[in-house]
Ligand binder design. Structure first.
Ligand SMILES: [Zn+2]
Length: 338
């Protein structure tokens, strides 16, 4: 899950915040000592991990253990997995403006008693998406907050907020991490060292960006494996297993068709002399470059197009997939016999 530092299967990566220094260490220390003030404006580039950091701070308010936040107790987990009823998250769906009505709802909510009898937290992300009217409406609550309510305004661009809003919050800037610091949580989340090293130069010190690069690469690697599996079908049982797999995951089937089309296109280019066979590194595809006739490859491309058309027009596209897999199997059987 890109963008989420916390994963139920790994140790909470946020335990390293004090080592990041600057705004991270300062707020972490305040949270541990129970000295958070009532309104923070957390500024930092998109992908620096503002929301995850804010949730880790909030977890310290609800944590049930002596050293807070532990990241493991029921309360910490509720906050980190965004299931804490006393934490209201005001987000901008698809980067759309956050209207004044949403702020009115929040004000009504925080005027009531909290569910757990303790603190309530409101998190805005990104705060610059609040319309000017919404910001003005929020101003009063920031000036004179209800007891035990904390506000976290997260912003990629703190300068875009009304000055009156910014002046009522403590501004804390969150800087990108060094590569050395980024490696720790990424390794803890289970990414292979070589993949992490490949992603770091493209991450710019932003944990969110590093995760986006890594999850793209993981998805691409899975897709390559699946395409190879399809191209190396040898028996009826292989075709049946693949057919079931693609039937269960339509999103995956779309991407697979595209990947398959690209692979067949490459084989066709090799067969017609437009591309060197040396450029093909994938073993399964190499076999097609050596054995597949231009007619076979053209027929398979046509079968891919046909399957995609069925998919788009909601016709029984599964039949198209099955036919495609059978054609691959037939071609392979022919090569083995010749
Ligand atoms: Zn805890």
């Amino acid at each position: 899950m890109a963008g989420e530092l916390y994963d139920a299967g790994t140790l909470p990566a946020f335990m390293d915040y004090p080592t990041l220094g600057g705004g991270y260490a300062f707020l972490w220390d305040a949270a541990r000592k129970g000295r958070l003030s009532h309104a923070y404006l957390l500024g930092g580039p998109r992908g620096v991990g503002k929301a995850t950091f804010a949730r880790a701070l909030v977890a310290s308010l609800f944590c049930e253990r002596a050293v807070k936040p532990c990241g493991e107790c029921e309360s910490c987990r509720r906050v980190l997995t965004r299931n804490e009823p006393d934490m209201i998250e005001v987000l901008s769906p698809e980067d759309k403006p956050i209207p004044i009505e949403r702020i009115r709802q929040v004000i009504t909510q925080i005027s009531r008693h909290s569910f757990g009898g303790g603190a309530r937290v409101v998190l805005f992300e990104p705060a610059e998406k609040l319309t000017p009217a919404a910001q003005n409406c929020l101003l009063k609550s920031l000036e004179d907050p209800p007891a035990n309510v904390l506000f976290f305004l997260l912003s990629h661009e703190p300068g875009a907020l009304l000055g009156t809003i910014a002046s009522r919050c403590s501004l804390v800037r969150l800087a990108p991490w060094t590569d050395e610091r980024l490696r720790v949580p990424l390794a803890r989340m289970g990414y292979a060292p070589e993949n992490i090293e490949a992603a770091l130069p493209r991450a710019g010190g932003l944990i969110g960006q590093a995760l986006a690069v890594l999850s793209d690469e993981t998805a691409q690697a899975e897709l390559n494996t699946l395409t190879q599996r399809i191209l190396s079908i040898k028996h009826d049982a292989d075709a049946v297993a693949l057919s079931t797999l693609l039937k269960d995951d339509r999103g995956c089937a779309d991407k697979t068709l595209t990947a398959l089309e690209q692979a067949l296109q490459q084989a066709l280019m090799v067969r017609t002399g437009w591309m060197s066979a040396q450029a093909v590194t994938d073993g399964a595809l190499r076999e097609w470059c050596q054995n597949g006739s231009v007619e076979e490859l053209t027929a398979l491309m046509k079968a891919v197009f046909d399957t995609r058309k069925r998919r788009l027009s909601q016709v029984n596209w599964q039949a198209g997939i099955d036919r495609l897999l059978m054609k691959i199997l037939e071609a392979k059987t022919r090569w083995q016999q010749s």
